[in-house]
Design a protein around this ligand. Structure first.
Ligand code: FES
Ligand SMILES: [Fe+2]
Length: 422
């Protein structure tokens, strides 16, 4: 909690916040922005962390970030450090990154490679399955090594995406349907033969829900995102009431080409507003989301042959949106830091065999989304500042331009209310 957060304590305890949140969401119309405390109160934030980020499935990274045994990366879910590591049999494991001796973080680097997991404090050592292998000689005869393995987080993989859940019992609903859809839609990309080209980490002084709300509409794109609009068309799918005839004609032509090459494109939803994917054409004559729409990488991804694949957009609430194109793909991950601060991580992937400086140029690859992220950061921070005002009151979303935001608020409200009752 920072000083700024302290100014916004409306509810004296987390219990008060929990009761108030349930009451507010029950009567809240989902086509209106949320009441102020849901965007700025630190105790409300704590409830978000407990009911959403410590219970739901979260996107953390891609399988090709940990290609070989012992490769790992770390992530912080609020105050919960988590370690994602490739095990001996090629499986991906997620562990709470906290030692079973006295709790030290085990891996403090962002990413790396290990033979075993060794705690830096007193050198307790675990294998890649989390079993304790070595605890020094001082623990006494009664000490049971088997009872001191690393604690696991739930971990599932689909189409190269890695998801974790910190819940005691992972939410079941129809998450596996989404994973199956990801396998099918990501098959042309052959994620295991991709590599991380570059990543950015941006700290935005805004509540995590404002970051997602901003992403769920393109009402703000005109006038804010000139680089992005060189290639992106804002229609969400062919049923978008704003879609022009020219767009529909282009979609008919391109989707026939995609079908001929067995590239999945139709909209698929799974979970109540939680997960969706759809492939949409980019602007006529452009190929990928570079500044001029020309290729970002000489090598195409996986088995792809057609440079004009548009963008496969993949949404996973609460914390990810993605753009998969013909010669690179971009994944986005949102992690809350505090009531008014959020980390937005963007990662660009290319074919594993593409050579930097020869096949792709990092500055060129990242230019459009660096600019767009920075523009969105300012929009989100200004949104937060205005919401903090005594003059703020929830305002209406446009159901034509902001239906994605309505869907997100609807999912958030339902999920919190359901989880609060568990
Ligand atoms: S806290 Fe990890 S070895 Fe002591
Ligand atoms: Fe934006």
């Amino acid at each position: 909690m920072n000083d700024y957060d302290l100014l916004n304590i409306t509810y004296p305890t987390v219990d008060h916040a929990r009761t108030e949140m349930a009451r507010m969401l029950e009567k809240h119309p989902t086509n209106y922005s949320l009441p102020q405390p849901l965007y700025n109160d630190p105790h409300m934030f704590r409830v978000d962390m407990e009911e959403i980020f410590q219970k739901e499935w979260l996107f953390v990274g891609m399988t090709s970030e940990v290609p070989a045994r012992g490769d790992y990366f770390t992530v912080e879910i609020g105050q919960n450090p988590v370690l994602i590591v490739r095990g001996a049999e090629g499986e991906i494991n997620a562990f709470h990154n906290t030692c079973r001796h006295r709790g030290s973080r085990i891996c403090d680097d962002h990413r790396g490679k290990v033979a075993n997991l060794v705690c830096p404090y007193h050198k307790w050592t675990y294998d890649l399955k989390g079993n304790l292998l070595f605890a020094g000689t001082e623990m006494g005869d009664a000490f049971d090594m088997k009872k001191h393995g690393l604690k696991k987080a739930h971990c599932k993989v689909g189409g190269g995406f890695i998801f974790i859940s910190l819940a005691k019992d992972a939410p079941e609903d129809d998450f596996d349907t989404f994973l199956t859809n990801l396998d099918e839609y990501m098959e042309p990309y052959d994620v295991d033969n991709s590599k991380l080209a570059v990543e950015s980490n941006m700290y935005e002084k805004a509540n995590w829900k404002l970051v997602i709300e901003n992403n769920r509409e393109c009402y703000h794109c005109d006038g804010n995102h000139p680089e992005l609009l060189n290639t992106l068309q804002e229609w969400d799918d062919t049923n978008d009431p704003r879609a022009s005839q020219a767009f529909l004609d282009q979609y008919a032509r391109q989707s026939a080409e995609w079908e001929a090459e067995n590239i999945p494109h139709e909209r698929r939803d799974a979970g109540h507003n939680r997960n969706r994917m759809v492939r949409m054409p980019l602007k006529e004559g452009t190929q990928v989301m570079t500044i001029d729409g020309e290729p970002g990488c000489n090598k195409l991804m996986g088995r792809i042959k057609n440079r004009e694949l548009g963008s496969l957009r993949i949404l996973h609430l609460p914390n990810s949106w993605n753009h998969m194109q013909s010669d690179h793909f971009i994944v986005f991950r949102v992690l809350p830091i505090s009531a008014q601060e959020t980390l937005v991580t963007t990662k660009w992937f290319v074919h594993k065999d593409a050579v930097e400086g020869q096949d792709y140029d990092i500055a060129r690859l990242r230019k459009v989304w660096d600019a767009t992220n920075e523009q969105d950061r300012i929009l989100g921070e200004e949104n937060q500042r205005g919401i903090n005002s005594v003059g703020y009151e929830p305002g209406p979303y446009s159901e034509t331009f902001e239906f994605g935001v309505v869907n997100f608020i609807d999912w958030y409200s339902n999920t919190v209310q359901t989880n609060l009752k568990k």
